[in-house]
Design a protein around this ligand. Structure first.
Ligand SMILES: [Zn+2]
Length: 113
């Protein structure tokens, strides 16, 4: 599921570049699977809902960062933890965009068959 692969045939790529490929532009996505022709964007605005997945991922990552960093601070809620969370979220944003769309595609896979 997290391999950037087509939900139908498991061979074609969803994004041109892999999940961890870093670039400053918005990740390019294939419209159709190059192997089986499955359309990834089922309808215009299909990926609007993926924004909520992306948001949930961001919250989960912020909480994870918080719990990982917590033992290194003396106070339970140290304000210095906020910039660290910010940097982590920013660096994961592109991964989140791709991951959320892949999750979204797989969530609706069953209904398209
Ligand atoms: Zn395919």
């Amino acid at each position: 599921m997290f391999g950037n692969k087509c939900p139908n045939c498991n061979k074609g790529k969803i994004f041109e570049k892999g999940l961890l490929h870093f670039s400053f532009s918005f990740p390019k996505m294939h419209e159709n699977c190059s192997k089986c022709g499955t359309k990834f964007e089922k309808e215009p605005g299909f990926f609007f809902g993926a924004m909520f997945v992306s948001y949930a991922l961001g919250v989960a990552e912020a909480l994870m960062t918080y719990f990982i960093c917590m033992p290194f601070f003396e106070e339970t809620f140290d304000l210095r933890i906020i910039p660290i969370i910010g940097v982590v979220i920013l660096s994961l944003t592109l991964v989140n965009i791709k991951l959320s769309r892949i999750i979204w595609i797989y969530m609706f896979k069953e209904y398209s068959m």
